[in-house]
Ligand binder design. Structure first.
Ligand code: KG4
Ligand code: ZN
Length: 345
């Protein structure tokens, strides 16, 4: 049962799971008419990470402004919409609740269906704005909170093939960045430094040879921190560029090797790279090179940089599939901070 009965297939989408308040208007699940992103990153920087209470307060201040701005930019009135999509997890509970409350109020006021969306599904559907997703596909999801390989048998179906046993890739970037005295979030800066240095420290490649699709980044993080602390105690100078290059080489090698193996094992037509760490130049280059060499029949898709980080357009993209299936929630919808896809058995 589809929800789309109006002249145009328009959805309003809301994202507030972490530190960006975002509202988008999407047509046919493929066209972004507006994608307003209010980032709070500057407010959290001085604390070296996202402070949940500060995040919630910013979302409260921004959410209605973002909704108005998105509708104005898209030149759409509420009566033309077919539904309101909202991220209901995973994420910070207080932050999620602001988006959910705004979505419910908007849906109730304009008599529209409410479509709950998993934030990680949103990250995958960011790729659908670049090229239509074709199934089955494999997605490597790498963000500040997640690192997982997800198999999609068909549209709207998500199974975890492997995931990190400890830190997420983005979290490891942010933690080693702190040790280097970089500001939060430090993934982008480390990526830039890495291109100026060489892999001279040869940090460990955790779980590279193991016959599974899981990852681990905490050993790498400890090796990095120990190297820096030992040098500080001995008053030795280290090359920040070489440290960044060595750290990135380890992350990229493990992510690339395991993802390629998963793409060989499963009958996939496409590989999607998604999440905030998908912005990483080294990872994008390595996957695109290796895929072209070893699996040229599998199409590699990676969203443009502005759709890699958190945004509501991707939520609208994933919601379109849910809406076509008639997956709606009532006004009792609650936040699910620990929401996750099911592991493959
Ligand atoms: O998906 P996202 O915007 O938020 C979460 O849902 O977590 O991801 C944010 C993460 C941060 O850890 C940030 O350091 C990382 O993405 N990141 C990068 C790069 N740009 C952002 N990591 C490595 N290289 C980059 N170029
Ligand atoms: Zn995210």
């Amino acid at each position: 049962m589809t929800l789309f009965t109006k002249e145009r297939n328009l959805l309003l989408a809301i994202e507030s799971s972490c530190d960006e308040t975002s509202v988008a208007v999407i047509e046919d699940g493929k066209h972004i008419l507006a994608n307003i992103v209010a980032s709070q990153v500057k407010s959290h920087r001085r604390f070296g990470g996202v402070v949940p209470e500060v995040a919630s307060r910013h979302h409260v201040e921004e959410i209605t402004l973002c909704i108005d701005e998105a509708l104005t930019e898209a030149e759409v009135i509420p009566q033309e919409l077919s539904g309101v999509a909202v991220t209901y997890g995973p994420g910070l509970v207080g932050a999620l609740l602001i988006g959910i409350s705004a979505a419910k109020a908007f849906a109730w006021a304009h008599d529209l269906p409410l479509i709950p969306v998993n934030h990680m599904a949103g990250h995958i559907y960011a790729a659908n704005f670049v090229e239509s997703l074709q199934f089955p596909l494999m997605a490597l999801l790498v963000s500040g909170g997640h690192t997982e390989l997800v198999y999609m048998k068909e549209a709207g179906s998500y199974e975890i093939v492997g995931e990190t046993r400890d830190d997420a890739a983005g979290e490891a970037y942010d933690k080693v960045g702190r040790v280097l005295g970089l500001s939060y979030p430090s993934g982008k800066e480390i990526d830039e430094l890495a291109h100026l240095g060489k892999d001279t420290y040869h940090f460990p490649r955790a779980m590279l040879k193991e016959e599974n699709y899981d990852f681990s980044f905490s050993g790498l993080k400890s090796a990095f921190i120990n190297t820096v602390h030992n040098a500080q105690q001995r008053d030795e100078e280290l090359s920040t560029e070489d440290l960044a290059a060595s750290f990135q080489a380890s992350v990229v090698e493990v992510l690339t090797a395991k993802t390629l193996r998963a793409c060989k094992e499963f009958p996939v037509k496409q590989l999607v790279l998604a999440g905030g760490v998908a912005a990483n130049k080294g990872l994008r280059a390595s996957l695109s090179e290796q895929m072209a060499q070893e699996l040229p029949e599998v199409t590699f898709i990676v969203p443009p940089l502005h759709l890699c980080g958190d945004n509501a357009a991707m939520i609208g993209g994933a919601a379109f599939v849910e809406a076509q299936k008639g997956h709606v929630a009532d006004l009792s919808l609650n936040a699910e901070p620990g929401l996750s896809f099911v592991p493959m058995n």
